[in-house]
Design a protein around this ligand. Sequence first.
Ligand code: AMP
Ligand code: ZN
Length: 458
Amino acid sequence: MNIYNTLTRKIEEFKPNDKTEVRIYSCGPTVYNYAHIGNLRAYLFMDTLRRTLKYNGYTLKHVMNITDVGHLVSDADDGEDKMMKAARIEKKDPFEIAEFYMKAFLLDIDKLNIDKPEIIARATEHIEVMEEYVKKIIENGYTYETENTIYFDTSKLDQYGVLSNRKVEDQKAGARVEFDSEKKNISDFAVWIKAPENHIMKWDTFWGKCYPGWHLECSAMGYNYLGEQFDIHTGGIDHIPIHHENEIAQSKGFCGKIPANYWMHVDFLTIDGGKMSKSLNNLYTLQDLAEKGYEPLVYRMFNFTSNYRNKINFTWEAMNSAKTALGRLREGYLKHTEGNEEILQETIKDFEARFLNAVNDDLNMPVAMSIVWEVVKFPQKSKQLQKLLLKFDMVLGFNLANYKEEKQELPEEILELVKQRDDARQNKNWAESDRIRDLLINQGYLVKDTKEGTVLEK
Ligand code: AMP
Ligand code: ZN
């Protein structure tokens, strides 16, 4: 496999520390709100990476954190605590907020058929691990204390900014020096913070009632499960300049090493060419897509139109195309399921080789999909090609194997009601069509009228 490594700014051949088991750490969500589709792109990328590694025969030990401890609105140490802010707005306890949105997140990634990391680590369940980690950084002389905060002293490192290739001096020169005056250097960051009286998420620690800095969480949990140096660290491109630099700084302070050999970052989803934001009313969740008639796997398909290292622009037209594409893939799969024609072994081998080449070329999903379309459209119908699509689906994750079953799961009487309703609609008998729709709802089926016809959702 070849992957792009942000650390070296090069495409590199992937060589894991261990020949068979790949160890990965992925920065997970901060659970203070529903995940939007931009966030979910990051986890779809993580999923494609996992699936491709497995396709190549590796077993995985993969950790993803859930940030259920509050941290500040900005990546640097200023702004309001995200979890506290959500708690204030929703008039709930921050622990309740975290529990609720964590569950919602896990449900979302299930709906997208995201292959879950082996270990999902909640920050609040690892406070002691973080305490031990930070104590060693302190012992090693990489920190200084102010009245309420223990800061990491980035000037103690031989180099800060290895990922984004920045120098501390450049930052100083460029910054409008308006940073926390307690800090010795602009790039220093909080690792351990004394909790103010009204701060709810706090723990009894060696320094009194405190809570950990955000960056510390990933360093400590990564080390706890994966050791001092693992293979791959993933996140969004927004993590490069601060969060991941600070993880590297902490790890150097802890054991002198950069924690991962390969750093992979997924670029952003834009909407209609611009930013997603609440104020523009274009911040969509999976639920919003479902309400507009797009099942979660359509969003998965949409993501394969771009490589993870490029921006992807969300439009409803693009979602419509993705919806059609998913339908074609399923139809193609069913078509081959029914086929008995003999395909040359060389043809199958050629498809397999080209697909493997594409996914191993830094997860090039647009090219991988172009090979999938060749198989789908292949003039002969053959179970060999159905098998091939199932094999490719190990990476694609469209759950093709269960597609037929799902179709067959609709009971006869429900299909009959749908037919009666379609007839009523054809005859413009809207009252009858509404009556049948209500009957279907009572039986647990949501009816959607789409361009492609009636769609039922359980
Ligand atoms: P957060 O919960 O805010 O820490 O974000 C979770 C993940 O979503 C991070 O990996 C971010 O890099 C990623 N992310 C946030 N916004 C976008 C976006 N518009 N497109 C893609 N990824 C995003
Ligand atoms: Zn992280």
